[in-house]
Ligand binder design. Structure first.
Ligand SMILES: [Zn+2]
Ligand SMILES: [Zn+2]
Length: 120
């Protein structure tokens, strides 16, 4: 990048002026920037996810949530009943990617990696 022109844009949400780089662009609209800054866009995404998670949880507690009966665990490569998986509200099928036993194993590996990094 050799361009030095600093362009500013005001976010329509927080009304703050930011450098143009702080705004997302869209692949289908070259040169166009979304009206809201990155921070407001991210906050909105988070809000949507939280709303969805809360709704899913509510349905689950009310017993009206439709959860698949079986799921393939990509770690042990086995199809197990959904009760063998932890709930994960923001995932597509509301279940964790790994079964409960693999989940423990997965966490252990992650903890070990973390420890290794901390010692390094
Ligand atoms: Zn903003
Ligand atoms: Zn598994």
């Amino acid at each position: 990048m050799t361009t030095t022109t600093e362009e500013f844009k005001t976010c329509t949400k927080c009304k703050t002026e930011f450098l143009i780089e702080e705004f997302y662009t869209r692949a289908d609209r070259p040169g166009w920037h979304v009206p809201q800054c990155k921070y407001c866009t991210k906050a909105k995404v988070r809000e949507t996810q939280e709303t969805r998670r809360a709704r899913v949880k509510e349905q689950y507690e009310a017993g009206t949530l439709e959860v698949i009966e079986e799921k393939w665990c990509r770690i042990c490569d086995e199809v197990k009943p959904s009760s063998q998986f932890y709930m994960k509200w923001d995932s597509k099928d509301y279940l964790s990617h790994a079964c409960k036993s693999c989940h423990k194993y997965d966490c252990k590996i992650r903890a070990r990696i973390k420890k290794k990094k901390a010692n390094a």
